[in-house]
Ligand binder design. Structure first.
Ligand SMILES: NC(=O)c1ccc[n+]([C@@H]2O[C@H](COP(=O)([O-])OP(=O)(O)OC[C@H]3O[C@@H](n4cnc5c(N)ncnc54)[C@H](OP(=O)(O)O)[C@@H]3O)[C@@H](O)[C@H]2O)c1
Length: 259
């Protein structure tokens, strides 16, 4: 990771789970990290838990990925403050339990697309604008998108889980990367990667109560679930690969995952 020391990274969805684990890992590797999420105070509180040696390199920013002016003003702030952007980790995502065929859930279904797909598209577009200037200075850039095992396959139990358009958006992210790979091909200094985790222990889908957490811990064995730190290690592996190597997609599942 030496080549990324003092370089600038944006991590979306840095207020919890995988995004916060990735942000911490990049900070420990010596990067400047700008965290995007709607819960600014949560990120400010997390910042206080960081070691003083890296705390001042974390910049939490209130940003709703579904609101274009919010995205644009945040990237404008980065441009003014740092003049460069080297790494984007498209991590923010959401799911809400419903079924595609249920009545009156159209706004929920639209939100899944707006956050998971269009949020990633718009964030990548804004990042690319800054990355072009960064690459013009001869500096390398890397875009990493957090997809999912459900971007590869829809297991048989999904209809009961009610994950509706979530697997659709995660499949779309893979196709998006293939389109972007072609558009970005002329840029020798650009790398593009996805990471596709299986079930990971986070607050995804809504923070569980303490009782629910206990029940989950009893039901799910440690080798049936990843930790956010595992995914952060995957992102670190992607970014620390030599410049002539692109990890196009890293599928990472718990040891006992059935798929
Ligand atoms: N947990 C799993 O089993 C699992 C498995 C495979 C892939 N993933 C993927 O991993 C990524 C991170 O999820 P997680 O498991 O770490 O869940 P999480 O703890 O719920 O994190 C989701 C993050 O996304 C942010 N976010 C949601 N909507 C947003 C919006 N409109 N604008 C800006 N930020 C928004 C949230 O921040 P705010 O609420 O503060 O805005 C939060 O920081 C997601 O893309 C998810 O699909 C998760």
């Amino acid at each position: 990771m030496e080549r990324w020391v003092d370089k600038v990274a944006v991590v979306t969805g840095a207020s919890s789970g995988i995004g916060w684990a990735v942000a911490q890992d990049l900070l420990k590797a010596g990067m400047i990290v700008i965290g995007f999420a709607r819960r600014l105070q949560k990120m400010e509180d997390l910042k206080e838990t960081l070691d003083v040696s890296i705390r001042e390199k974390f910049y939490p920013r209130c940003c709703d990925l579904t609101v274009l002016p919010s995205l644009k003003s945040n990237f404008h702030w980065i441009e003014q403050r740092f003049h460069s952007l080297h790494v984007l980790v498209n991590n923010a995502g959401m799911v809400q339990m419903t079924k595609v065929l249920e009545e009156s859930n159209e706004s929920t279904l639209k939100q899944v697309i707006d956050v998971n797909l269009m949020g990633t598209v718009n964030c990548t577009k804004q990042a690319y604008r800054l990355m072009q200037a960064t690459m013009a200075k001869g500096e390398a850039c890397h875009i990493v998108t957090v997809s999912s095992l459900l971007g590869h396959t829809v297991p048989l139990h999904i209809p009961e889980c009610g994950l509706n358009l979530y697997p659709v958006t995660k499949h779309a992210l893979h196709t998006l990367h293939e389109v972007l790979r072609r558009e970005l091909f002329p840029h020798k200094l650009m790398r593009l990667s996805s990471i596709s985790p299986g079930l990971t222990r986070t607050d995804f889908g809504g923070a569980p109560s303490d009782d629910e957490k206990k029940k989950w811990e009893e039901l799910i064995e440690p080798d049936e679930i990843l930790l956010p730190e595992d995914v952060a290690r995957g992102v670190n592996f992607i970014l620390s690969s030599p410049p002539h190597v692109t990890i196009a997609d890293l599928l990472m599942v718990p040891a006992r995952e059935r798929y």
